[in-house]
Design a protein around this ligand. Structure first.
Ligand code: GLU
Length: 323
């Protein structure tokens, strides 16, 4: 791929210059921001700023059927009302399809991607991957029969442990070939897969630090594998605890998570700081928006974030009024 200098620094003699930190927040416009997405936005922003870096905003609207009309505007409005400031223009995945196709073409040309004719029903009996999806049994790896038609394109995985150190969740390991199998790059419905889009975008935007919810921990090995298959630099990964309801279910549209209230931005930020283990002083809950941001920038410490995959969100954040 044609890389930006920061995504793939040229080899030079002597110690490599330290890449500037670039973080990002990458919400999918499937609904307005809820407390869980606020936690990811805040944690990724404060860590990038703490490292003196940039913080980018990318709207992950590559999955057209899941995109809800009006959700992008709602998210941008909420982020602004909460006092978030991102660097540069907002990037929309729906405007970057040519880049995903270019990456897919590169993988096809190097025989790392192959066409797959399997239907969902044909894969229904294969074992479950850790994220609940079906492990691909390799049916079409060696080519399609003449009468078969390609439905999807998959990445050819290889056995071997992918090991990385997550800044909060510790050392992680996964054998993508064994646990997930050859995963989808272009879906049967013609949509580019999230895994492909996120890897291309993180690399081409020069993202060095991915900070996001631990619900995506199970995607990380696949993303590292894909970064390497495309010859792209692998970012550092940090997975924050996911916010759940009292039943332990991740806040989401499916679990009827409430939108973050833009009328009370300070109290929402205050609760997100508490959730992230920052122990803000009690009087900060009544502070002005600039003051709570100033406190956050001065006091942010990633080391204080609880080393948990999930935590229950404060009750007020489950039942506030809609925006
Ligand atoms: N778009 C994904 C989501 O909203 C996040 C992707 C990521 O941070 O890598 O869940």
């Amino acid at each position: 791929m044609h890389l930006t200098p920061s995504a793939c620094p040229a080899k030079s003699l002597g110690p490599a210059p330290r890449a500037p930190c670039i973080g990002r927040f990458a919400p999918s416009p499937t609904g307005p921001l809820h407390f869980g997405s606020l936690v990811a936005a805040l944690g990724s922003c404060l860590e990038a700023r703490h490292q003196g870096g940039q913080w980018l905003l990318r709207i992950e609207d590559v999955d057209a059927p899941r995109t809800i009309p009006g959700a992008t505007d709602a998210i941008l409005h909420q982020l602004e009302a909460l006092g978030f400031c991102w660097d540069g223009e907002v990037v929309y995945q729906s405007q970057r399809l040519a880049l995903y196709q270019q990456a897919l073409d590169q993988l096809i040309a190097s025989r790392k991607a192959f066409p797959c004719a399997c239907t969902r029903r044909e894969l229904a009996d294969s074992t479950l991957a850790p994220d609940g999806s079906r492990r691909y049994p390799g049916t079409c790896r060696d080519g399609l029969r003449p009468e078969q038609q390609a439905r999807a394109w998959r990445l050819r995985t290889e056995p071997g442990l992918i090991t990385w150190e997550d800044a909060i969740q510790g050392v992680q390991q996964e054998d993508v070939f064994r646990d997930v199998g050859d995963f989808v790059l272009l879906r049967a419905d013609g949509q580019y897969a999230y895994q492909l889009a996120v890897v291309v975008d993180d690399a081409l935007q020069g993202v060095t630090h991915v900070v996001r919810g631990a619900d995506l921990l199970g995607s990380t090995a696949r993303q590292i594998f894909l970064h390497k298959a495309l010859g792209l630099a692998v970012p550092a990964y940090t997975h924050l605890p996911v916010a759940t309801n009292a039943a332990g279910e991740k806040l989401s549209k499916q679990t009827l998570a409430q939108a973050v209230d833009t009328q009370a931005p300070v109290s929402s930020l205050y609760m997100a700081l508490c959730f992230l283990g920052q122990h803000p002083p009690a009087d900060l809950a009544q502070a002005s928006l600039p003051d709570i941001w100033a406190w956050s920038h001065t006091n942010w410490s990633q080391i204080k974030v609880p080393r948990a995959k999930a935590l229950i969100a404060p009750a007020q954040m489950l039942h506030n009024s809609a925006i």
